[in-house]
Design a protein around this ligand. Structure first.
Ligand code: NAI
Ligand code: MG
Length: 348
């Protein structure tokens, strides 16, 4: 519907963030049947170092009033004494996820033709990780005392609620139901983390009753590390808690062509707030400002954004263009903007 327009909050961020975001926007605009009214937000390490501000409440309120968010990456130079660890993670990325209730962290992993995997025999890899995004070890439930002494105490408590687990498990089942293989693998460590593990296990069994066509599998997180390396083709939809999902998805990215290709969505399936889409990678200060970054992950994240907003056809066209571009890569170096242009040119 060309008459309608959607409001897009753009957070280019730091380092290669603005470079890859520019290409994602190029592709988004070329592929989308709807117009995006864009507002760009200056957030990240640079703004913090300049002003001391991370995410002012007024900015959060403005961002909330959009249909979706496109994020590049945030983060400064390694070990900058002026940028303490956790400032941007807790104050910006996690704050957005929690405030906008991004309880599904969605990370597809697909080994495209023409892409080299470090695995000798990867098989047909095409799975999606549904990582819980608002609970677990990442809620900031913990503290430290007697810091710096031999008696220092440090705790991070994993928070798992029946409400939080059920809604993400149900979302994962629904995604499995829509995929050809209809298989869901719950990943946890139920043998040791018995309290949270029991909750995840029981809720998965309960919700499974609503999805009789979906095959349910279970693996411990350590076993998943083995199968990611030996038989990743066995996975279809993986549902897991916040930290396990964080770890699995980096390995998943590594076996499917690397960090330059890994896309993600921080999704609020209930649509009570805008969802946020971003490449999995960071701001890559080592290559920033040189047009060396691969914008493919950001471009695929824009496809996830379109899919979330109900434009599955446009999303599929971006995926097809990315696939065509990947298949044609011969290893000769291209600038970030050249890759973006090539993918735009391949949009059917
Ligand atoms: P990183 O993902 O930025 O970089 C890791 C390595 O991958 C680097 O060698 C980099 O050059 C390369 N790389 C990353 N993206 C690439 C791309 N699109 N094309 C080609 N090569 C690419 O991770 P790192 O170095 O651990 O973190 C750098 C900064 O980014 C830190 O400040 C970190 O906190 C932040 N970060 C931010 C994230 C976010 O905004 N969601 C996620 C991860 C890290
Ligand atoms: Mg990570």
């Amino acid at each position: 519907d060309a008459s309608s327009s959607l409001k897009l909050a753009v957070i280019p961020g730091d380092g290669i963030g603005p470079e890859v975001t520019a290409e994602a926007l190029k592709v988004l605009e070329a592929a989308s049947p709807v117009k995006f009214e864009q507002t760009t937000y200056d957030l990240g390490a640079e703004r913090y170092l300049r002003t001391g501000e991370v995410l002012p409440d007024s900015v959060l309120a403005e961002i909330r009033d959009h249909d979706a968010i496109l994020l590049g990456a945030v983060g400064g130079k390694p070990n900058d004494p002026n940028l303490p660890p956790g400032i941007l993670e807790r104050g910006l990325l996690l704050k957005l996820r929690f405030a906008l209730d991004h309880y599904v962290n969605l990370r597809p992993s697909k080994l495209y033709p023409g892409v080299t995997s470090p695995l000798a025999a990867p098989g047909e890899v095409d799975f999606v990780v549904v990582r819980e995004g608002t609970e677990g070890l990442y809620t900031g439930n913990g503290g430290a005392m007697r810091v710096g002494t031999p008696h220092e105490v440090a705790t991070e408590v994993s928070v798992n609620t029946a409400f939080g687990v059920e809604r993400v498990v149900r979302d994962a089942f629904a995604r499995a139901q829509r995929r050809p293989r209809k298989k869901l693998t719950l990943v946890h460590k139920t043998n040791v983390l018995v309290n949270a593990g029991s909750l995840w296990w029981r809720i998965t069994q309960e919700v499974a009753q609503e999805f009789p066509e979906v095959t349910v599998d279970y693996l411990h997180i350590d076993a998943v590390m083995i199968f990611m390396a030996t038989d990743p083709a066995r996975f279809d939809v993986i549902v897991t808690d916040n930290i396990f999902g964080d770890i699995i998805t980096d390995l998943a990215a590594a076996i499917t062509g690397g960090i330059g290709l890994a896309a993600s969505g921080n999704v609020n399936p209930d649509r009570t707030a805008p969802s946020m889409f971003e490449p999995v990678h960071g701001s890559a200060p080592d290559i920033a400002g040189q047009q060396k970054a691969d914008p493919t992950a950001a471009i695929s994240s824009a496809a996830l954004l379109l899919d979330h907003l109900g434009h599955a056809d446009a999303a599929a066209r971006i995926d097809a263009a990315v696939l065509a571009d990947l298949s044609s890569r011969d290893g000769s170096p291209r600038r970030t903007s050249q890759i973006g242009d090539a993918i735009v040119a391949r949009l059917a």
